[in-house]
Design a protein around this ligand. Structure first.
Ligand code: SAM
Length: 401
């Protein structure tokens, strides 16, 4: 345990501090690979599982053909197989990572796919015009990979953008390109900048954002980012290793986004235009920000993007992302109406609709006439407490909750 914790600490510092290990071939180093398997493998597995749960309503019909790039020893691939992937192509530049992925994936119990699963392993370097298998793919996953590509090059953003655009060209019509990155400030902001440029180029941001508008967190200043952050009870050996290495592992955090191809967007715009609705208007990638709606105290399909923060006035405030802007929603600690509405139980990643909120200097406040509907709960790792929810009023339709 002591040796493993020392290797973990070296790996953790090398990947998140000065980041000298990122992209350095650490998967070929026995002790660092061991630390990765014991600690980061389960973390990546849970991250991808949570993301897939969120994406489930958007995923195309089976069979799913999947491409996992920078697969490492296969945590994302394992999560995809457990979610029902039917066919999987794994790509990495490291021979040892691929061998381990193969050994791990082939020794696991069968997943829920109906028939036999085909897994194929490709040793390719993504930084030098990799020969990728031909599409189309239903899901293309890059988990903790992009940030390792050209990390010291000043043109890394443009190069990564070109990789993502190339990959988007391998998507099936309703396929999703899923990018998962570390939730560090720098890598998180680089991820959001890629998201914004792809949205501006016409791709639809299918999740987790409420729309394809420019990310308001990125625009809010250099110290701001946006990421998944959910509490979990780490399994062994993650818990003991974290304790031995002095690392905090009480939550799972990552920056991520999922894109749909512009072909899919064009098709849904054409379908929409073909309807007889007198007010039909093809959905556009950038929805205008109806600031007036938030001024009227209404926010629909807003995503909670912060923890609850206690402000100087003794109010608990969360930030909601909707209509291309961040809006604070607050209530005095212990406020009865807010309690009844389940406001204090909201967690980052939940999606809500707020009506009748009161305008306040820092955004909106819960008032006596405020209504709050939980449209969707953020997926949570098994074993963590789910947030308490308000009871629906008698006769109320609860299907959406
Ligand atoms: C941090 S690991 C991520 C592994 C796994 N996807 C996960 O989420 O845990 C980054 C992976 O990207 C791979 N990688 C880094 N640079 C690469 C490149 N130029 N081409 C292909 N794979 C690369 C590394 O070998 C490593 O397996």
């Amino acid at each position: 345990m002591r040796d493993a914790a020392a290797s973990l600490l070296r790996l953790q510092r090398g990947l998140t501090g000065a980041r000298e290990l990122a992209g350095s071939g650490y998967m070929e180093h026995q002790a660092l690979l061991g630390a990765y398997l014991l600690y980061y493998w389960p973390v990546s597995y849970i991250e991808v599982s949570l993301i897939l749960e969120e994406l489930r309503p958007l995923l195309p019909r089976h069979p799913w053909r999947i491409l996992d790039l920078g697969c490492g020893p296969g945590p994302g691939a394992a999560a995809l197989l457990d979610a029902g992937a039917d066919e999987l192509d794994l790509v990495d530049s490291g021979a040892q990572a691929l061998e381990l992925a193969k050994a791990l994936l082939e020794s696991r119990p069968a997943g829920p796919a109906d028939g036999p699963v085909r897994t194929t392993y490709h040793r390719q370097d993504l930084a030098i015009d990799a020969q990728l298998p031909a599409g189309p793919y239903d899901v293309i996953l890059l988990a903790h990979t992009l940030n390792e590509l050209w990390k010291d090059e000043s043109d890394r953003h443009a190069r990564r953008l070109a990789v993502l655009e190339r990959l988007a060209g391998l998507l099936a019509l309703d396929g999703l390109l899923v990018v998962v990155e570390p939730a560090l400030l720098a890598t998180g902001r680089e991820t959001l900048a890629l998201r914004d440029d792809l949205a501006a180029a016409g791709y639809e941001v299918a999740a987790p954002c409420p729309g394809s508008y420019p990310c308001p967190a990125l625009a809010a200043g250099p110290s701001r980012t946006c990421h998944l952050d959910t509490a979990w009870a780490p399994p062994e050996p993650v818990a003991s290793l974290a304790a031995a290495a002095g690392l905090d592992r009480q939550s799972v955090k990552c920056s991520w986004f999922a894109l749909r191809s512009d072909a899919a967007r064009r098709r849904s715009a054409a379908d929409f235009a073909a309807t007889d609705s007198p007010s039909n208007q093809a959905p556009t990638r950038t929805q205008s920000a109806p600031a007036a709606a938030s001024r009227r105290g209404r926010l629909a399909g807003a995503r909670v993007v912060s923890e609850a923060l206690l402000n100087k006035a003794g109010r608990l405030r969360i930030f909601l992302c909707a209509d291309g802007q961040l809006t604070g929603l607050s209530a005095a600690r212990g406020d009865r109406r807010a309690e009844e509405l389940g406001f204090f139980s909201l967690r980052r990643g939940d999606v809500v609709t707020v009506e009748g909120a009161e305008p306040r200097p820092g955004g909106l406040g819960i008032g006596p006439d405020t209504a709050l509907t939980l449209d969707r709960s953020a997926p949570r790792p098994e074993g963590t407490k789910t947030a308490a929810r308000r009871r629906p009023d008698a006769g109320e339709d609860t299907r959406a909750r």
